[in-house]
Design a protein around this ligand. Structure first.
Ligand code: HEM
Length: 218
């Protein structure tokens, strides 16, 4: 699981690293973008937050790691909550602050506002759930938040396929990029329901094992 998540994260994380190197005066490993040069702070916050969120977050999904290192899960979770809120906050900030990237349209603008807000909301609901000791709710909201963030990786594929299939128009591009959030959330909902099903089944198996058979009492 973490390997697959890290592989999907690799393209946007590399792009982010290249952009930061360039903004710090290093070599141009990707085409320069003057929109960021004047005030790069939100982009830097976004890239650093995204790196922490995707890389550390990938390990939160390993059940054995969670069980054997609960202290690590809690400490990393606090870092992740802050990093995730920084990603969502800076995404809103950049959407509102920077001129739109040429070739993108208002659909992507609206989707970014919606999903950045949704990511922040999922994180807040995940944090409040675990404070109430609602582990099932916590897991579900955190999976949703991670899925929204990880759409940056899925967009590398949907963007490429979309352009190959439907051409380079702004609406086509926006639909291709936007579809990544819906795909990731569909997978997240499937995972959440599958895990809930497993949990319910193993609880009922445990209950039936522990039940005293009728007539077995002394
Ligand atoms: C956590 C995973 C994420 C990663 C790794 C990531 C990565 C990046 C990178 C590398 C850039 C710079 C693009 C460039 O240099 O041209 C960027 C820009 C941006 N990201 Fe993210 N991002 C993530 C999540 C999100 C989310 C969840 C949203 C909103 C829902 C978002 C919205 C934006 C916006 C609005 C920009 C500015 C784009 C522009 O004006 O061209 N990002 N992101």
């Amino acid at each position: 699981m973490p390997v697959a998540l890290l592989m999907l994260s690799a393209i946007p994380l590399l792009a982010g690293a290249f952009r930061v190197v360039q903004l710090m005066g290093g070599p141009e490993l990707i085409p320069a973008d003057d929109r960021f040069a004047g005030f790069p702070l939100p982009l830097l916050v976004h890239v650093v937050g995204a790196c922490l969120f995707l890389v550390v977050g990938a390990f939160q999904f390993v059940p054995r790691f969670r069980r054997h290192h609960p202290g690590w899960h809690r400490r990393a979770g606090r870092v992740l909550a802050v990093a995730g809120l920084l990603v969502a906050g800076s995404a809103l900030w950049m959407t509102l602050l920077y001129a739109a990237k040429p070739g993108t349209g208002s659909l992507l603008y609206v989707l970014r506002l919606v999903f950045a807000s949704a990511m922040a909301m999922c994180l807040v609901l995940g944090i409040t759930a675990i404070r109430r000791r609602d582990v099932v709710g916590h897991r579900a909201w955190m999976i949703r938040a991670y899925a929204i963030g990880l759409a940056a990786g899925t967009q590398a594929f949907t963007g490429g396929f979309g352009e190959a299939l439907f051409g380079k128009g702004a609406l086509e591009g926006d639909l291709a990029m936007g579809s990544a959030w819906f795909i990731n959330l569909a997978v997240a909902e499937w995972l959440i329901r599958r895990q809930d099903g497993h949990g319910r089944r193993s609880r009922s198996v445990r209950a039936s094992h522990n039940a005293v058979p009728a007539g077995a009492s002394s």
